[in-house]
Design a binder for this molecule. Structure first.
Ligand code: NG1
Ligand code: MG
Length: 555
């Protein structure tokens, strides 16, 4: 659904296309204290482990999504911003002739929590999904770096070399702030540099896309938001990240152009990588200036959502549900079963059919079409019957993450609530565009603008909780406390089922807001000893849009 709005250019602009090579830490970490000390500690850990200095450092941040939840994998744009917490990867080529030259050695500054792991050099090695390890994310990035190079320059892919690595991450894990994208993106940049790529020429969007695909090796069929914002984020602005965007004149959807959905694009990349980059430019970021006078505050519910482990039951299951909803909706709108099975990958793919039948493709129209066509929920047998006997296992063959989700659903005798899921996606996609339009509408006065942004955030939370089923008791409680404490809007952020929420708070109220959140949610946990008081600042904090990924050279 695209509600076309007039967007004055003074309030939005494109980020620079290549990864910056910063010679000065202050350029990247403007205003953040103790960065030098942190890099010294990383360097010291590196020298202790490997007896020499790293050749390169690469960093990539986590993110908070302001609006647009669980729609990136359906091809819809989202509106996140990068946060200051990041992951740094220090790397060097292992000295030739040493045993280290035949392997990847992945260490961490926090070695007790994240012990050193070793892997072979084969870029085609499998990531062991059953054995969940922090270093799997590095291996995914390593594989992805080679895939990127194979697609971009098939005739001159470098030979694998032994790598020595030290990682330091600050993004809290399992909290919806995308620690995973931070480690995958920074690792991929570090590997590219170590393989001889000129850091100054690395294309941000290409790495974002390759990193999204690479992260799937850890077992989550994720969309591309996190890697895109981690790569392209820019200080001071949020970003409207779009996938397969249509030309400026377009009204959304495919508009007769060759248009491949995000998942379709990814599954095609192996054969058609280069053509995809050149012709479709699947990821685009547009910087969006957020309204003045208010601050985003992040609060962690402390319910941990370890997605790599719970993906089949939750996240991947939603991806499956959206696909089923899309295929059945397309059929309900007149597409033949066989064609729908073959062509329809995402709910966005159905937009042209919605428009053909209902004359529009905005969120409300799409939601009405869904209500008309889809029943509330479907058992596996009912979906297969609707598909003329076509088996779900065949529909998702070649998608291991989805197949695992299906088998869990089957074991649980789960019925897919397809109507709610589809309504969430279409209406949430619209809210992203509305929020951007509110930010860019110069005719609004400041407080109206803030109120509208807050209201959209509240609607988004309700939709996530009621229609998409990705909230949890702790998140709902936190959101309630935040609204009572004066937030203009509050919502879960990221995948949900735990992790963080984000609130919009007037600048002059931030201190009082933080106090009230502390008293009403965290104090009992501090008193009971489950939350060390010293860690409060890591679970409850105000945040500003920060810079995306960068290479760093230390003076
Ligand atoms: P987080 O919150 O980082 O697990 C996940 C997906 C996103 C997006 C959001 C929901 C990954 C790596 N990221 O983010 O692509 O779908 O959920 O909007 O799985
Ligand atoms: Mg993640």
């Amino acid at each position: 659904p695209v509600t076309k709005t007039s967007m004055p250019h003074s309030l939005s602009f494109k980020p620079s296309p290549t990864v910056p090579l910063a010679k000065d830490l202050a350029e990247v970490y403007a205003g953040i204290p103790d960065v030098e000390k942190r890099y010294e500690a990383i360097t010291t850990a590196f020298e202790t482990a490997y007896g020499g200095k790293p050749d390169f450092y690469a960093r990539a941040p986590g993110r908070v999504n302001l609006i647009g939840e669980h729609i990136d994998y359906e091809g819809y744009g989202v509106l996140p911003m990068a946060i200051r917490q990041d992951t740094v990867v220090a790397i060097r080529r292992a000295p030739a002739g040493t045993p280290a030259a035949c392997k990847l050695t992945i260490g961490n500054v926090e070695a007790d929590k994240y012990p050193t792991q070793e892997f072979g050099l084969d870029p085609k090695q499998q990531v062991d999904v059953a054995k969940h390890s922090w270093a799997n994310y590095f291996v995914s990035a390593y594989k992805g770096a080679f895939e990127l190079l194979e697609a971009a320059k098939p005739d001159s892919v470098p030979e694998p070399v032994g790598l020595e690595v030290v990682v330091h991450g600050q993004v809290p894990t399992g909290s919806g702030l995308s620690s995973s994208a931070a480690i995958v993106c920074s690792s991929m940049l570090a590997v590219l540099a170590a393989l001889g790529e000129d850091p100054a020429g690395v294309d941000k969007a290409a790495v974002a896309e390759a990193a999204c695909k690479a992260e799937r090796y850890v077992g989550v069929t994720s969309g591309g938001m996190d890697q895109a914002i981690s790569m392209m984020g820019q200080q001071g602005v949020a970003m409207h990240v779009e996938f397969n965007p249509v030309g400026e004149g377009g009204g959304g959807g495919c508009q007769g152009r060759v248009c491949v959905s995000w998942h379709g694009a990814i599954s095609m990349m192996g054969q058609q990588g280069v053509a995809m980059h050149v012709e479709f430019n699947p990821v685009r970021g547009v910087c969006v200036v957020l309204p003045a006078g208010a601050t985003f505050v992040i609060a962690n519910s402390l319910a941990v959502s370890n997605k790599a482990e719970t993906a089949p039951k939750r996240y991947n299951l939603r991806v499956v549900e959206c696909r089923l909803a899309a295929v059945l909706l397309a059929m309900g709108l007149g597409m033949a079963c066989e064609e729908a099975i073959k062509k329809i990958r995402t709910l966005r793919d159905v937009e042209p059919l919605i428009e053909e039948k209902h004359g529009a493709r905005d969120g409300a129209t799409a939601a009405a079409a869904v209500a008309e066509v889809l029943q509330e929920s479907y058992t596996t047998a009912e979906v297969e019957e609707a598909l003329g006997g076509f088996k779900l296992a065949d529909l998702f063959s070649g998608e291991p993450g989805s197949l695992r989700a299906l088998s869990v659903a089957e074991a649980d005798k789960y019925a897919f609530p397809l109507r709610k899921r589809a309504v969430h996606v279409y209406t949430e996609a619209d809210r992203v565009l509305q929020l951007r339009a509110v930010c860019e509408d110069a005719s609004l006065d400041g407080s109206t603008r803030l109120e509208r942004v807050g209201a959209l955030m509240n609607d988004s939370h309700a939709s996530c909780a009621d229609l998409y089923g990705c909230s949890c008791a702790e998140l709902d409680e936190l959101v309630g406390i935040a609204r009572t404490a004066g937030a203009l809007g509050a919502r879960l952020t990221g995948a949900g089922w735990g992790g963080c929420m984000v609130s919009l708070v007037k600048d002059e109220q931030v201190d009082a807001f933080l106090d009230e959140m502390r008293d009403k949610y965290y104090k009992a946990r501090i008193d009971s000893g489950s939350l060390p008081e010293a860690e409060l600042g890591e679970v409850l904090f105000a945040t500003k849009p920060s810079n995306g990924a960068a290479f760093i050279t230390l003076a």
